[in-house]
Design a protein. Structure first.
Length: 197
């Protein structure tokens, strides 16, 4: 997420696009491990146990208004854009639910107290999950990068069906289009598997 500058919820025109480094190619078809993650709504969520369709968008880190992001943040491909991405999932939440998505979560390596600020500020209708112990990240070998000594998740979105990853969006760019892309994917898959009338 960008720092508190004019238009922080938007994206500059010259953001560098991330390239597919192949670090997510092992994920489709993978069954999720049994790992409980703290959520901003007070629950512990085990993604492997959820029924139906689940969408998890992982993002590097959320910023706090008035605090600067790491130096050179906008020049790191795929780093900037957590606010636009989260707002897009908020705005498409009802459409995703109508398309058959049972659960939507954001995921990062920040702790829950840190995440709660953005969940409240952006009025997110879904919880954010904290993998601050890196348990899920390490178990799934999710792609990461390091900034100023901190390990952060690369932006990636997982579509999970009955505890297994059915589709991966990676790299995610631009971030503000991710929710619409996920919705289109879910609607297309539903059309394929729904019996014709």
């Amino acid at each position: 997420m960008s720092n508190d500058t004019p238009g922080y919820a938007g994206l500059p025109d010259n953001l560098p696009a991330p390239e597919d480094d192949g670090l997510a190619s092992h994920l489709p078809g993978l069954e999720l491990p049994i790992i409980g993650l703290p959520a901003t709504d007070g629950r512990h969520v085990d993604l492997s146990s959820l029924s139906g369709l689940t969408v998890v968008y992982a993002y590097p880190r959320t910023g706090v208004p008035g605090r600067a992001m790491p130096e050179g943040w906008d020049q790191i491909p795929g780093a900037r854009g957590c606010t636009p991405q989260s707002c897009a999932f908020r705005d498409h939440y009802a459409d995703l639910k109508a398309a058959g998505v049972e659960h939507v979560f954001g995921l990062s390596l920040q702790d829950t107290d840190y995440q709660r600020e953005v969940a409240e500020r952006l009025h997110l209708p879904f919880p954010l999950l904290s993998d601050h112990r890196h348990a899920l990240t390490n178990a799934l070998r999710l792609p990461t990068f390091t900034v100023e000594g901190a390990v952060l998740l690369k932006r990636i979105t997982l579509v999970i069906e009955e505890g297994a990853i059915s589709h991966v969006f990676y790299p995610v760019f631009p971030p503000d289009r991710n929710a619409a892309d996920v919705l289109a994917h879910v609607q297309a898959a539903k059309a394929i598997y729904s019996p014709s009338r």
